[in-house]
Design a protein. Structure first.
Length: 437
């Protein structure tokens, strides 16, 4: 038997140890990335080259991004009601006095300067991009908040969530590129609406549409290695849950942690149903679901690719587990609709996949590249593995789900890094709230 000696160091519980190990490993990965990028500044072939600006693809006339209707979950979300100067919600609007933006303000009331904070932030970001793209040219706003009823019914202009824009020189040849710059600036929906202007809009500050990320409702269930089923909300680190490897072969994998956990907030979820075999999976728009890759001409689960839940359509095929000892089967999506639920959980397994309500899904969201996301979570898996080696099994798994509600700090850090190094088009328009737990 071993006896524990008293030391001058405060002992860490298993949750703290895992957190500390993960942070050390993440620091190592970041340092390695910085060192490798720093080496590119040295002399010699291939080093020290100036990074060329990213090539912008202009939008075509009448094109809109994302390619969904403006007031849907994948874009700016639903209309929440007209704001007037006498309404309680008028305080949601803030004036924009940015000197780098020209406001037409044809009503001479200052209404075009009023907008939500989110719209203001995106507009200010776009103003900088415009000046960088065309020196001497400024961003021009022709329409902002509308208090006079000049737009169609339920226009987001009535909520200060939409602006119509041009360049200050009104050079129409620039408008396709201006549209692309607006997309890159972070507007939730951009429409090359008219030869005279570009229409841009954003999600409401506190709308259901703005509550994003990738999760399942707490009531969704998973299969455990002992043959039982358990709601996602009740998972504990070390639970062996049904998942699949890269070839689509079913196996059991350790549940590691929740990267997002919210027991109270009401969110919208996509419900994807199949007919044969009959199944039903519920997940948020930005979550990745595995679908059959039709480009390969193959039918089995080894021919799968990951897609955002919001991009799955009837006729696509997802993969369904028939039972403990049965292989995955491709099932055709029959119906898709939206539901609201009061809790959301984003479980991560060592395998990076999970079978939820009998349907195979990725553990990741926001970026439509399952392999990249799985690689990015390597430090988490390493930290979990080290904690299992260094601590007893019960100690290593005791406190893994005791974290507060919210997005895990590691996931928040990855999202932040992603916004720096990836183009906006690489990430789901709903993204995730950067609030660490």
């Amino acid at each position: 038997t071993h006896t524990h000696r008293q030391t001058g160091f405060k002992s860490l519980d298993s949750g703290d140890e895992m957190l500390l190990l993960s942070r050390f490993v993440l620091l190592g990965f970041l340092c390695a990335a910085l060192v490798s990028s720093g080496m590119a500044c040295g002399p010699g072939r291939g080093y020290g080259r100036r990074k060329h600006p990213k090539k912008l693809t202009p939008l075509a006339y009448k094109q809109f991004i994302p390619n969904v209707a403006e007031k849907t979950l994948g874009a700016s979300g639903r209309y929440e009601g007209k704001i007037t100067r006498n309404s309680e919600r008028f305080k949601e609007l803030t004036p924009n006095y940015n000197p780098d933006i020209i406001f037409k303000d044809e009503e001479n009331t200052g209404a075009d300067r009023l907008m939500t904070q989110r719209c203001k932030d995106k507009l200010n970001s776009l103003a900088i991009s415009v000046m960088n793209q065309w020196p001497g040219v400024k961003l021009r706003v022709t329409e902002g908040w509308d208090e006079d009823g000049h737009h169609f019914e339920e226009s987001l202009h009535y909520e200060g969530r939409a602006v119509d824009i041009t360049t200050s020189d009104r050079d129409k040849s620039k408008y396709g590129t201006l549209s692309r710059l607006a997309v890159e600036a972070g507007f939730d929906w951009v429409y090359y609406e008219s030869k005279a202007h570009i229409h841009c809009s954003v999600k409401a500050e506190n709308s259901v549409a703005a509550k994003s990320g990738g999760c399942f409702p707490g009531s969704a269930s998973v299969a455990l290695e002992d043959g039982s089923r358990r709601p996602v909300r009740d998972l504990r680190p070390g639970d062996r849950v049904l998942a699949a490897d890269e070839q689509g072969h079913l196996l059991y994998s350790d549940f590691i942690m929740f990267v997002d956990k919210d027991t109270d907030t009401r969110r919208q979820f996509y419900v994807i149903e199949t007919a044969e075999p009959r199944s039903r999976v519920t997940l948020t728009a930005a979550h990745l679901l595995f679908v059959a890759d039709n480009s390969t001409g193959q039918e089995g689960p080894h021919a799968l690719s990951a897609a955002f839940a919001s991009s799955v359509r009837p006729g696509h095929r997802v993969f369904v587990s028939g039972g403990r000892d049965e292989p995955l089967r491709a099932a055709t999506v029959e119906r898709i609709y939206v539901e609201e639920h009061d809790s959301s959980f984003a479980p991560v397994t060592a395998q990076g996949t999970i079978v939820v309500d009998r349907v195979l899904a990725s553990c990741y969201a926001v970026v439509e590249d399952h392999r990249w996301a799985h690689w990015a979570f390597a430090p988490v898996r390493l930290g979990y593995g080290l904690s299992r080696l260094l601590l007893h099994r019960d100690e290593a798994t005791a406190n893994g789900t005791a974290a507060r509600d919210g997005v895990h700090w590691y996931s928040s850090a990855l999202y932040k890094i992603g916004t720096w190094v990836l183009s906006r088009s690489s990430m789901h328009p709903l993204g995730m709230p950067v609030v660490s737990s």
